[in-house]
Write a protein that binds this ligand. Structure first.
Ligand code: BES
Ligand code: MN
Ligand code: ZN
Length: 486
């Protein structure tokens, strides 16, 4: 989707040439004097009861009086808040994206807040995305360009918000795309190639290094390697480094769970819905998405991205329940359940992060079904050892409309991880399954480094008719990184 920011008063917008014109009608618009063709149209529609400014309300009009564009879509934008704009634009773009319009003008009657403008861009990009990679005959989305028309020249803050939003939209798109691709089209090797492709772009300031099974074994990542053993598909450990600030500045480390397919391994999952475990690399995809946004925005910050990528399959060589493996940290782990594999690949990546002396480590993982039970599909689970980091991430989530919610890390939750045969077991009992997973990870965080863990099992993808990756929490991560750079 191509976006453009324009200055256009309503009277000009009415005369503008466009395939389609979306008029965002807020409660304020509805109250204002109607002295242009667009406002007059909205006023008439409200008066007859066919339309209201309620967020998400739509009224398609054709060949409207005094309006140059053949189709006008009235879209209720409520109080003009970011939430309301998101609803309005999502509904409007969903309606017109299949064509025939190729270009649309999104027309604002009042100057939006930076947050509302950002929400409008992200909602348009989101609504216009269609997965086509393995559907070669699918008709592509007709709508490819959106002009955002503001009534007055955009302030610096609005221009910044616009640039951040379009870059974030690209990052979200990339994360959705890799999340959606079937496991046989998104192997660890293909993920690594995707990371390398971002780094290779001119002026990216991103460096990408990819390790294979031999290097990983040599490093001593016995937990990560144990997960990959059951599959013929080779593991990859992806290291991305974005340098936007002085080399001396410690980076933020993002660690993304990259299980390209999670069958459960020997502790195999039930067949129903197992296809959705292709989404088990959405944490990794969100790291790639964040790097894509960094590449485009070039903020003054250093960021490291670490992605342990492999399949979790049963097989003659697979790790068995009860096997004890040695992690990079030196701690031994009794693998009581091979389906608790995410924490095994992450624990080695967390320990590896120490070599970058990061100022903070944030891991992102579709880690537990229990988190879906706790928080559903609305908020991601947020665990943190540092109050400042926790607050920054929570605030970023609110601002980006990509929210998370704090979860506890009391030591009592780690009781169940005790093992008679290793330093730690990889599972505890059923109670508080999302918390005990976080407690497992916490043991592997480099001493003294602020750490946060985002359990995105409920937020990274949707099931049912709209099955597909959401691109979350790229919005949250980019918002956080930009705030840290500022
Ligand atoms: N990838 C899954 C978590 C998951 C399950 C996310 C369903 C979204 C929906 C993870 O690897 C897993 O299998 N976790 C187990 C842990 C258990 C064995 C302690 C789970 O949640 O059941
Ligand atoms: Mn699993
Ligand atoms: Zn998993």
């Amino acid at each position: 989707m191509d976006f453009e920011l324009k200055t256009m008063r309503l009277a000009q917008a009415a005369r503008a040439k466009a395939d389609a014109l979306v008029f965002l009608v807020t409660q304020d618009t509805a109250k204002a004097k109607a002295d242009d063709a667009l406002s007059a149209l909205a006023a008439r529609a409200i008066k007859t009861g066919d339309f209201s400014a309620e967020a998400g309300k739509l009224l398609p009009c054709y060949a409207a009086e005094g309006i140059q564009a053949p189709r006008v879509l009235l879209a209720g934008a409520g109080d003009g808040s970011a939430q309301a704009m998101r609803r309005a634009v999502a509904a409007a773009i969903a309606l017109i994206k299949s064509g025939p319009a190729r270009q649309a003008v999104l027309c604002f009657a009042q100057t939006p807040s930076p947050a509302a403008l950002r929400a409008a861009v992200l909602a348009a990009a989101d609504a216009a995305y269609a997965y086509t990679e393995t559907k070669p005959k699918a008709k592509p989305v007709a709508l490819t360009g959106v002009r955002l028309a503001l009534p007055a020249a955009a302030s610096a803050a609005l221009k910044t918000a616009f640039a951040q939003a379009t870059a974030t939209a690209s990052g979200i798109r990339l994360a959705r795309e890799w999340g959606n691709r079937p496991a046989n089209h998104a192997t660890p090797r293909q993920l690594a190639a995707a990371a390398q492709a971002i780094a290779k772009e001119k002026g990216s300031h991103i460096d990408c290094e990819v390790l294979g099974p031999k290097e990983v074994a040599k490093l001593g990542m016995g937990a990560f390697a144990a997960v990959a053993r059951g599959s013929h598909e080779e593991l990859r450990f992806i290291v991305l480094r974005y340098q936007g600030a002085a080399k001396s500045q410690p980076p933020v480390a993002l660690v993304g769970k990259g299980i390209t397919f999670d069958s459960g391994g020997i502790s195999i999952k039930p067949a129903a819905g197992m296809d959705e475990m292709k989404f088990d690399m959405c944490g990794a995809a969100s790291v790639l998405g964040a790097f894509e946004a960094l590449r485009q925005l070039q903020p003054a910050i250093n960021v490291v991205g670490l992605i342990p990528a492999c399949e979790n399959l049963p097989g003659g060589g697979a790790t068995k329940p009860g096997d004890v493996v040695t992690s990079l940290s030196g701690q031994t782990i009794e693998v009581l359940n091979t389906d608790a594999e995410g924490r095994l690949v992450l624990c080695d990546a967390l320990a590896y992060a120490a070599r970058f002396k990061p100022r903070a480590i944030i891991d992102i993982a579709t880690l537990t079904g229990a988190c879906v039970i706790a928080l559903g599909h609305v908020r991601s689970g947020l665990y943190a050892t540092d109050a400042v980091l926790a607050q920054a991430l929570q605030q970023a989530g609110e601002a980006a409309l990509d929210p998370c919610w704090p979860m506890p890390l009391d030591d009592e939750y780690a009781e169940g991880l005790k093992s008679n045969f290793a330093d730690v077991a990889n599972v505890a009992g059923r109670p508080a399954g999302s918390v005990t997973a976080a407690k497992f990870l916490q043991r592997f965080v480099p001493e003294g480094t602020p750490w946060a863990h985002l359990d995105i099992a409920g937020s990274a993808w949707k099931s049912g008719k709209a099955k597909g990756a959401t691109g979350r929490p790229v919005g949250l991560l980019v918002q956080y990184l930009l705030a840290q750079a500022a």
